[in-house]
Design a protein around this ligand. Sequence first.
Ligand code: HEM
Length: 245
Amino acid sequence: MLGKQTDYFRTVFWDSMNSREKSGSKRGDVIDNLLEIKNEEQKSDFKFEGDALVSQSAMFSVAGLETSATTTAFTLLELARNIEIQERVREEIKEKIKENGLTYESVQEMKYLHQTIAETLRLVPPAPILDRVALVDYKIPGTDIVIKKGTVIYTPLCGLHEDPKYFPNPQSYDPDRFSDERKKDIVPCTYMPFGDGPRICIGQRLALLQVAVGLITILKDFEISLNPIYKNEVDPRAIFVNPRS
Ligand code: HEM
């Protein structure tokens, strides 16, 4: 899947494991801790051959890097289009940094900033399709429709996130949809930028943190405006949503 870049991931992964070994944390211990392997008998159940571990770490990069970058970029785009919202976000950022410095806690207190990120994820969910396979025959309540065992189900998030039944005036960028007063109106499973259920995005909290920190770093010092040549097009060939380059 990663083609020539596979070697890059191999190098980053094993360099990191080897440097841990050198710094006193044995490579074997790291792996044992990762998998909570407690005794030799259990250990023989796990064989790390080839790229089994490398591929796990590569998956985190694939799933976590572009998605967070896209969210940051599209939030900046919306803030460039909506100057009043941009000003409100900046004021909040400056106020919270003035009160407590730039700490994990102060980032969490930037409520309006998080509302803007949530609203970007509604309009531009970077991973826009959720996929599942039916494990049993399932009759959709109130209909005659039966989803047969083994059927692949795709849930297109843009359709849900832009349905006026659930999000009135869906095309308008309105972070206050996610205010404390209004977010209770959101119907469960109509807003799922990180998926839902047991396979919900495992990196959700890290994603929100790194997007917030990226935006804070830029917005505290810079005003964002639209580049006049930008056409606002999404690349139709991309699996993850991306601006057309
Ligand atoms: C804004 C950023 C992100 C978005 C929008 C996003 C979105 C998603 C979505 C929609 C899924 C599928 C969930 C489902 O089917 O119910 C998913 C799965 C996953 N994400 Fe994220 N993600 C983001 C960031 C991250 C980060 C930062 C990491 C890791 C560092 C990560 C790692 C993963 C992994 C490993 C899965 C598969 C989980 C599983 O199948 O159990 N994601 N993500």
